[in-house]
Design a protein around this ligand. Structure first.
Ligand code: ZN
Length: 133
């Protein structure tokens, strides 16, 4: 069997799974990636398999955006979330921007949709800040 080169492989689509995001894991050093990397950023191995990532994490930082293409309500927030696998993911943030805070526990939510300028639905993933206890 001939191993595929990095150029021959296609990373899995960013898809939301039942409990988290679909990323990748290096079989040489066990490092995770999102989206699934073709080459490991830690050890440069090309031996990477699809791996399910956790659905919750900690909001590292965020920004509130006041300009958007047609069909996108403003303001909206973007944030970096640190997952327990050591991966930092950029995603849209759900909920009022004024209630966001760095260091908060967040969870990925499904069915986050927007509308393209031509009216076509856009589906992506988003994160929601968990309720304060
Ligand atoms: Zn590696």
């Amino acid at each position: 069997m001939v191993a595929a080169t990095a150029q021959e492989r296609t990373p899995p689509e960013m898809e939301e799974t039942s409990s988290g995001l679909q990323g990748g894991q290096c079989l040489s050093c066990r490092a995770f990636s999102f989206p699934c990397a073709l080459i490991c950023s830690e050890c440069l191995s090309e031996d990477i398999v699809s791996a399910e990532l956790s659905s919750d994490g900690v909001l590292y930082a965020y920004s509130v955006v006041h300009q958007a293409p047609a069909g996108w309500p403003v303001p909206y927030a973007l944030g970096y979330v640190d997952l327990r696998e050591g991966v930092r993911v950029l995603a849209h943030l759900e909920g009022p921007a004024g209630e966001l805070r760095s260091g908060a526990s967040v969870r990925f939510v499904s069915g986050h949709g927007r509308t393209a300028p031509d009216g076509a639905p856009l589906v992506t993933f988003a994160i929601s800040q968990e309720e304060q206890l």
